[in-house]
Design a protein around this ligand. Structure first.
Ligand code: C2E
Ligand code: MG
Ligand code: MG
Ligand code: MG
Length: 288
């Protein structure tokens, strides 16, 4: 095998690995300055109750637009931030910024929940509980307004340590959601031990939920698990009314995706929700 592939193949791989490493290094150096240069921002994507069609919350999604360049996708820079540890200061900034926005919602009388993504490093290598407590104190945002999102793989890295942090967050009053559910390797037994409020069905099962019987089976199984364990369940990446209708029919409580709204600037979401009075009017919501 190795003979047939020849040396050329190896150097090809070496070159590709070097190119990747070099790209990461460049990205890392630029990302290190991003915070100080005010290049980071949060976009907010609406989350909708599938029965009423009402927007009940939003997820904060990190955006990086370097001054001298194009926006860089989170799929590219978040892994770099995680490997380098930069996700710790960046993650802290995300928490501060998100709480400040939640405070604005509260001051405007908007009853919305806000989802914040948190990395493994923040759980295992920093005092997330203390960070949240300090920011909560400064902003006065009720913890019940905030939902912390952790991926399945993050939780499984160190089940014992994760459980302690989650228990503390739960005691403090935060909502807890498991993100990208179905893509990691969690044992179902852990679901009952972690104090989770919500499962987020990964977009990869939602995209073809109407046309692919296996994706539909998986999505429905997750909905059933969530419902039998008395947890809420939200589908990610809902792009069509058909997907929303099918998921709703199968008992999915909530949806998030381009059908209801793309991730948008904070101000845009506030304008879209308007005053509390218009927010409560049926028919104001898009998509359903
Ligand atoms: P996620 O938390 O699962 O977020 C959902 C991703 O799906 C977002 O990608 C969102 O823009 C995208 N999305 C939402 N609806 C649709 C849809 O209808 N169709 C399609 N095709 N995509 C949709 P985004 O913003 O690129 O973020 C990617 C991931 O980066 C997030 O996945 C999350 O894991 C991570 N991330 C984002 N912000 C943060 C953050 O502040 N901290 C940490 N640690 N991770 C973050
Ligand atoms: Mg998320
Ligand atoms: Mg997700
Ligand atoms: Mg996802």
């Amino acid at each position: 095998h190795s003979k047939e592939c020849g040396r050329g193949t190896f150097s090809y791989f070496d070159d590709r690995m070097n190119a990747k490493a070099a790209e990461r290094l460049v990205l890392h150096n630029r990302l290190r300055q991003a915070l100080g240069r005010d290049e980071l921002s949060l976009a907010y994507q609406p989350q909708v109750n599938l029965r009423s069609g009402r927007i009940f919350g939003a997820e904060a999604l990190l955006r990086w637009t370097p001054r001298d360049g194009e926006p860089v996708s989170p799929a590219r820079f978040i892994p770099v931030a995680e490997e380098s540890g930069l996700i710790l200061p960046i993650g802290e900034w995300v928490i501060q910024e998100a709480f400040r926005e939640a405070r604005r919602w509260r001051d405007a009388g908007l009853q919305l929940q806000l989802g914040i993504n948190v990395s493994g490093l923040q759980i295992y290598r920093s005092d997330l509980v203390a960070t949240l407590a300090a920011v909560q104190r400064d902003t006065g945002v009720p913890p019940g307004m905030i939902e912390i999102e952790l991926t399945e793989s993050t939780l499984m890295q160190d089940v014992h340590a994760a459980r302690e942090v989650l228990d503390a967050l739960k005691r403090a009053g935060y909502g807890l959601a498991i993100d990208d559910f179905g893509t990691g390797y969690s044992s179902l037994a852990y679901l009952k031990r972690f104090p989770l409020n919500k499962l987020k069905i990964d977009r990869s099962f939602v995209t073809d939920v109407c046309t692919n019987a296996e994706d539909r089976a998986i999505a429905c199984a997750i909905i059933q698990i969530a419902r039998s364990l008395n947890r809420r369940v939200i589908a990610e990446g809902v792009e069509t009314a058909e997907q929303a209708a099918l998921l709703r029919r199968h008992g999915c409580h909530e949806g998030q995706g381009y059908l209801f709204g793309r991730p948008m600037a904070a101000q845009e979401l506030r304008e879209r929700l308007g005053t509390p009075a218009t927010n409560a009017q049926p028919g104001h919501e898009a998509g359903l």
